[in-house]
Design a protein around this ligand. Structure first.
Ligand SMILES: Cc1cc2nc3c(=O)[nH]c(=O)nc-3n(C[C@H](O)[C@H](O)[C@H](O)COP(=O)(O)OP(=O)(O)OC[C@H]3O[C@@H](n4cnc5c(N)ncnc54)[C@H](O)[C@@H]3O)c2cc1C
Length: 410
């Protein structure tokens, strides 16, 4: 409930909503270029973030190049991941090392706060964005802090608020109701016995387990996670995975801590349906639809966030339509991200930062065929979403024109 409001309006060049990787990267570009930048975070910082924390090599490079060497306080144990292991129902497993060596296992609570602080932006935590009005020359933003209304006026607003989509909702009130929503949840178990190699992130291509099923070691516990379409019961799905791990992989787990369950706007990058904003408002990171394969949303959040920041800087220096600038600049990140889901790129290119085809080629022909068959039957899980034809159409478009169709972006 609103207790009161302050009539004072804080004027800034750029207002960023969020304090995750996309926000930190965006803020870094704006602050480095000399623009006054404030980031709003609705939670108290450092804030918890449900995440496995496995970073891709490209994300790792971005952090070092932009924010400096990673302090050990921002890492879990094991402090790095060597790569990814895919498991299939026929009990074949494929381990792939990340290109260029192990990558950090980030403790998101501290890693995000570290990057955000190193960006040099002013951070207003416990401040929740509620609405905006784009007046053409500037954007008026309303937020809530301590049950009071606070006001900002910014030349550009960047929505880097992840799957909450609060900035998207204020631009496109119907959008969130039009996309499929997934539920992603994880529990941390005491370990009685776990033969899964703790240097790898483990993923199951198993249609009976879930749309997204994973496990890995963290801080002496074993994390078991499952993602599925909204509407089903998390505990039932999770228990099924725990039993499967016990029967098929001899993983014996003890009691779990309470689950972390979050909604996920997963799918935009598969079907090239990104959302980049309008007028003076840019959307970036997961809010825009960026999500890489192999459980990875941080590196594309960092890179897209940086591009949003660069587009804002460019529009300050050479007044032009910031949307046009952003959309031209973000095309490279769209290509990288959507290529990871593009069957033609996977078959003939090398879109991932771990060598899937190399690992596949080490198998006997019969095993290879069995893996491909099982991947195909896993993909059928997504059939009710009618993504298959869209993915194929965009894949062919990409092969012919060398890019994805920007007319699909909101
Ligand atoms: C269970 C799980 C496991 C995952 N594992 C991995 C992994 O291993 N590796 C990987 O790379 N990715 C992983 N991801 C994905 C990754 O966490 C996201 O893709 C990434 O955090 C997106 O970054 P972002 O900066 O776009 O948004 P976020 O990190 O979500 O940050 C958005 C911020 O905005 C704040 N916010 C939201 N609304 C408002 C508002 N109205 N006002 C003010 N602030 C607001 C939020 O509190 C949050 O701090 C995982 C995700 C989940 C759910």
């Amino acid at each position: 409930m609103t207790k009161g409001s302050s009539e004072e309006i804080r004027k800034v060049d750029a207002l960023i909503v969020g304090s995750g990787p996309a926000a930190a990267a965006c803020a870094k570009r704006l602050v480095d270029a000399g623009y006054e930048t404030v980031a709003l975070e609705r939670k108290a910082l450092p804030r918890h973030k449900a995440c496995s924390g496995i970073l891709s090599p490209r994300g790792h490079r971005f952090l070092i190049e932009n924010f400096g060497p990673l302090p050990k306080e921002i890492l879990h144990t094991p402090s790095s991941a060597v790569g990814v292991t895919f498991h299939f129902p026929g009990m074949l497993s494929l381990s792939m090392n990340f290109d260029g060596g192990p990558t950090p296992h980030l403790h998101r609570k501290y890693a995000d706060h570290w990057a955000m602080r190193r960006s040099g932006a002013e951070i207003h935590d416990l401040t929740e964005f509620t609405e905006l009005q784009d007046k053409g020359a500037y954007v008026d933003v309303t937020a809530m802090k301590d049950e009071r209304t606070v006001r900002y006026r910014a030349r550009r607003v960047i929505g880097a608020d992840g799957p909450g989509l609060s900035v998207v909702r204020s631009l496109y009130p119907d959008y969130a109701g039009q996309i499929p929503w997934f539920v992603v949840g994880q529990k941390f178990h005491a370990v009685i016995a776990c033969p899964l190699d703790d240097r790898y992130f483990h993923f199951w291509f198993h249609p009976q387990l879930g749309h997204y099923t994973w496990s890995h070691a963290r801080d002496g516990k074993q994390l078991v996670g499952v993602g599925f379409l909204k509407g089903e019961n998390f505990d039932v799905r999770h228990q099924r995975v725990v039993q499967y791990l016990e029967h098929r992989h001899q993983v014996k787990l003890g009691p779990a801590e309470s689950p972390e369950i979050v909604p996920a706007n997963f799918g935009g990058s598969l079907i090239n349906r990104y959302i980049f904003g309008k007028g003076n408002v840019l959307i970036t990171g997961q809010a825009a639809g960026f999500f890489n394969m192999i459980a990875e949303g941080m590196s594309c959040a960092l890179h897209s966030g940086a591009i949003a920041g660069e587009a804002a800087v460019e529009s300050f220096r050479n007044p032009a339509d910031v949307q046009r600038t952003y959309r031209a600049m973000i095309a490279s990140e769209v290509r990288r991200c959507s290529d990871q889901w593009n069957p033609l790129e996977i078959a003939f290119g090398r879109p991932h930062e771990a060598d899937f085809r190399g690992a596949l080629n080490k198998l006997k022909v019969r095993e290879r065929l069995s893996v491909l068959r099982e991947i195909l039957s896993f993909i059928k899980l997504y059939a009710p979403l009618n993504w298959g034809r869209q993915i194929l159409r965009h894949s062919v478009y990409r092969q012919v024109l060398g890019r994805y169709d920007s007319a699909r972006w909101l």
